[in-house]
Design a protein around this ligand. Structure first.
Ligand SMILES: [Zn+2]
Ligand SMILES: [Zn+2]
Length: 105
């Protein structure tokens, strides 16, 4: 299964300003709306995939894909050196090692 969402940090610099990275198709520009959700499509160590999405695109994504976890997008979600913490509820935290799933990015 291929996610339509680019991995955060690859196409867009991580600046602490979370923006929706969704695209209507691979040639379309990214949405760019302020992201409201941080979605984990997979939390498998080494294969973790995350997306920052707006409300509209989360709804669209939910109709086609099943996510592993999500939490409201916040500044930490778009900062370098942060990773997905598997707390309940999950959140993004600064990490000093790569032993979190989010450390893969
Ligand atoms: Zn969007
Ligand atoms: Zn996050």
């Amino acid at each position: 299964m291929t996610s339509p969402f680019p991995e955060p940090g690859r196409e867009v610099a991580r600046t602490g300003n979370p923006r929706c990275g969704s695209k209507a198709d691979s040639n379309a520009p990214t949405c760019g709306a302020p992201a409201t959700w941080h979605v984990a499509w997979s939390l498998t160590p080494g294969g973790a995939r995350f997306s920052l999405v707006c409300d509209e695109h989360l709804v669209q994504a939910q109709t086609n894909y099943v996510y592993a976890d999500r939490h409201p997008a916040e500044i930490a979600c778009d900062m370098p050196g942060t990773g997905w913490s598997l707390a309940a509820p999950s959140r993004c935290v600064a990490v000093s090692s790569d032993d979190l799933p989010g450390g893969a990015r």
